[in-house]
Design a protein around this ligand. Structure first.
Ligand SMILES: [Zn+2]
Length: 229
């Protein structure tokens, strides 16, 4: 019965790879195996004091930090990320979260971590978009790693788009944006903070410093799906 239903769904809504458009096998979701293999990995998690960690070292306390895929403009990955954020394809975020989770989990990246949270989005922006892509990334990560997603953070205001800003301008723009709503859920815990694309690191930096102030004994793992170089 399940197979018949799936065949009917496939007939009307063919399951195709979001990147290359090929028909997906039963075992594949969102992307085909070949496209998953060709996504550009940074392999930062294998490097001591990797380039992501250098962005935060001495500024906010953290256990580990990494950005898993290298983001470059006009790449296939960039168009998938754009679809994830702006074209109602949150499933792309969930699947990328799963892939990153599986690969980092095998490498022991999450050793000592207890829970996961996506970078929160202001409720108004989320209402307009319909979803926060970071929540989907966090759920995908959770499915792969087996750690729960915790609801303990919020964005108290919507910040301006930061694309054309310098790092200092971005930090000023983000000041007071985030708040810990449930510090008791984070006390003594290892929290994996998840973002979609890390360019200067200002978003994770702002959120991490807010958490470090509100819950000093919370250990932070800073993780971005993608990182620019
Ligand atoms: Zn493909």
């Amino acid at each position: 019965m399940k197979e018949i239903l799936r065949d009917i769904v496939d007939f009307f809504m063919p399951r195709t790879c979001h990147l290359c458009g090929c028909t997906l096998r039963d075992s594949e979701r969102v992307f085909c195996v070949r496209c998953v293999e060709t996504l550009p990995r940074s392999l930062y998690h294998h490097m001591p004091l990797n380039p992501m960690e250098r962005r935060f070292a001495g500024i906010v306390p953290f256990v580990r930090a990494t950005g898993h895929f290298i983001y470059s403009r006009n790449s296939e990955l960039a168009s998938a990320i754009h679809d994830m954020k702006y074209r109602q394809f949150p499933s792309v975020g969930h699947r990328l979260g799963e892939i990153v989770g599986e690969e980092l989990h095998m490498a022991g990246f999450f050793s000592g971590a207890d829970c996961i949270a996506g970078v929160p989005m202001h409720w108004w922006k989320k209402a307009r978009r319909g979803y926060n892509q970071a929540d989907f990334i966090a759920e995908g990560l959770s499915a792969a790693v087996g750690l729960p997603v915790v609801d303990a953070l919020e964005a108290t205001r919507s910040h301006k788009t930061q694309t054309a800003m310098t790092l200092d301008q971005r930090i000023a723009n983000l000041s007071g944006t985030f708040r810990v709503t449930a510090p008791e859920k984070l006390q003594g815990k290892g929290l994996v903070l998840v973002d979609d694309v890390c360019t200067t690191g200002s978003t994770l930096r702002s959120l991490a410093s807010e958490i470090a102030q509100a819950v000093p004994d919370c250990r932070l793992y800073l993780l971005s799906l993608c990182v620019t170089v």
